[in-house]
Design a protein around this ligand. Structure first.
Ligand code: FAD
Ligand code: NAD
Length: 478
């Protein structure tokens, strides 16, 4: 029905699940003419997650950090099929993925199956709630564009409701209490962005709230940003204090209701006590959990029986206990943190490996042809020529087959902490250094700009920064 060619029977079908950091990095580097490539993802765009916290307050508009998957695909040499659908089940025995169109508009067929010869699982992770009651019903996550939009809307809803006629002081205080649970980089960056929004814009536009608006960051561990060095943790905590963001460490949320959270806090005397903390906005950022499709896949493979945090992969990113199934990014466990940096490097590496595998296959077929030609050669001269050709090809094959395992290079950790300050633990020239402050903030900005996947995104992001600096952030509730 469309003008895409039918799959080539001589080529293997490579199915890629996801359009996130891992999958898109793979697609960008993959020589697609070697395989029948099929991409399945419910999201028809790539999302530049590092700048997502900036979308919650309108510093950056969400479309500036989205890149349509069709844009990547149309630049590929051979056509790639994309299906906007969720993979609901991977049947490893049958080598089939079941997919379902979960979007609003559905055709006569909205679920079907996609057979594969090779499969790459890059479906990322879900938000962890640890089964804490009330989180899903009352809290907002920060993972997708829709989450950032919801948060942006709810901030303004809380502000407008707090300034509603005859609201009691206690209720105003509750509505303007912005609580962030989880002191990892997501929680810290969001808290910083929110305080910026208040300091730079809300305070000026709605002076009524200037003494009541308050941001609190709740963390179960003794400090925030556990993956950063001690010096930067201290710097972040000091900056938050100056910014009047309250950090509640050693405070574990146990229950969430519509208007307050219940948390177990460890006091200075070491005693635990349960506390009710009223909130208007609750953002839940306590890390990652397995997606159902990954959980189900784990249950099918005996070698994965101990996998808790994701699909265990070997050093070639092959899912342990399988053949021809690879996993990359947040859904894979290869002893690295679940970051964009890791996912992108895994995707890149896998593309290079697939490209080499295809070349190897091509040379092996050529060698088989040449050995027949050698046998049938009419004279010594031809035989010698073919022999030389075989020798050359064998050398190339040997070189190609020396594919080293995946090795991650850590370039450092960066996080924005608000008030035009960032923290960075950078690995450079075999040394490490930690830095925090305004210069680091400009470094953070330029690093993220250079990491954007397209020039279009880069320009849009810069324009948004200039726009929000010049005119302030938009406080319309939409
Ligand atoms: P994702 O990028 O999450 O992509 C998963 C893809 O799979 C998506 O396209 C999704 O739609 C699709 N999918 C989901 N379910 C299915 C299904 N059933 N079938 C098919 N497809 C499916 N990391 C850094 O290194 N630096 C940062 O500054 C940074 N900032 C971050 C800020 C925020 C707010 C967040 C949430 C994360 C941040 N991260 C950062 C972490 C980083 O975003 C993740 O580690 C990274 O996205 C993982 O890549 P991935 O490809 O595994 O998953
Ligand atoms: P995280 O796992 O890094 O942090 C979650 C935090 O929530 C933990 O510190 C945990 O102790 C706390 N927590 C869990 N349950 C709690 C409870 N009931 N009450 C209070 N606190 C609780 O999660 P994240 O910040 O979403 O990050 C996820 C991944 O994405 C990480 O690998 C991170 O490095 C990466 N990321 C990186 C950046 C960056 O580099 N700038 C930004 C965002 C995310």
């Amino acid at each position: 029905p469309n003008d895409q060619p039918e799959p080539d029977a001589a080529k293997k079908t490579l199915v890629i699940l996801g359009t996130g950091w891992g999958a898109v990095s793979l697609l960008k580097k993959l020589d697609t003419e070697n395989y029948n490539v099929i991409v399945v993802s419910p999201r028809n765009y790539f999302l530049f997650t590092p700048l997502l916290p900036s979308c919650t307050t309108g510093t950056i508009e969400h479309r500036s950090i989205m890149e349509p998957i069709r844009n990547f695909l149309r630049h590929k040499k051979a056509s790639v099929k994309y299906y906007e659908a969720e993979a609901t089940k991977i049947d490893y025995e049958k080598r089939v993925v079941y997919i379902n169109d979960d979007s609003e508009i559905k055709g006569d067929i909205s679920s079907t199956e996609v057979p594969f010869d090779m499969l790459v699982v890059g479906v990322g992770a879900e938000n962890a709630t640890f089964g804490i009651p009330g989180v899903r019903e009352n809290g907002l996550f920060l993972k997708e564009v829709s989450d950032a939009q919801r948060i942006r809307k709810r901030i303004m809803d809380c502000v407008e409701t707090a300034t509603f006629k005859d609201q009691s002081p206690d209720e105003v205080k509750r509505l303007l209490h912005m609580v962030v649970v989880g002191g990892g980089p997501t929680g810290v960056e969001f808290a910083g962005e929110l305080q910026d929004f208040f300091n730079n814009d809300l305070k000026k536009w709605i002076p009524d709230i200037k003494d009541t608006f308050h941001v609190t960051l709740v963390e179960a561990l003794p400090n925030v940003l556990p993956m950063f060095s001690k010096q930067l943790i201290d710097y972040t905590e000091k900056t938050f204090k100056e910014e009047t963001i309250t950090i509640r460490t050693k405070t574990m949320v146990k229950n969430v209701t519509e208007k307050y959270i219940e948390a177990e806090a460890v006091g200075p005397d070491g005693k635990k006590q349960l506390e009710k903390i009223p909130y208007g906005l609750l953002v839940w950022a306590t890390g990652n959990a397995l997606r159902p499709v990954v959980k189900d896949f784990i249950n099918q493979i005996p070698a994965q029986k101990d996998s808790r945090r994701g699909l265990a992969v070997n050093e070639y990113l092959v899912v342990k206990g399988t053949e021809n199934v690879w996993a990359i990014g947040d859904c894979a466990v290869a002893n690295y943190a679940p970051t964009a940096q890791v996912a992108a490097q895994e995707g890149n590496w896998l593309a290079r490996m697939f490209n080499k595998m295809a070349k190897t296959h091509e040379i092996e077929s050529k060698l088989a042809e040449l050995s027949v030609a050698q046998e049938k050669a009419p004279n010594k001269e031809t035989r010698d020529r073919v022999f030389e050709e075989i020798k050359d090809l064998q050398k190339r094959l040997l070189r190609l087959k020396q594919i080293g395992p995946f090795e991650y290079t850590h370039n450092g950790s960066l996080a924005y902490i608000g008030s035009e300050k960032a923290v960075a633990d950078i690995s450079w020239l075999s040394g490490n250094f930690a830095t925090g402050g305004t210069i680091t903030y400009f470094f953070w900005r330029s690093a993220y700009l250079s990491m954007c996947f397209s020039t279009r995104n880069r320009i849009l992001v810069v324009m948004d920064w200039v726009k929000s600096k010049t005119f302030g952030r938009d406080v319309s509730r939409e």
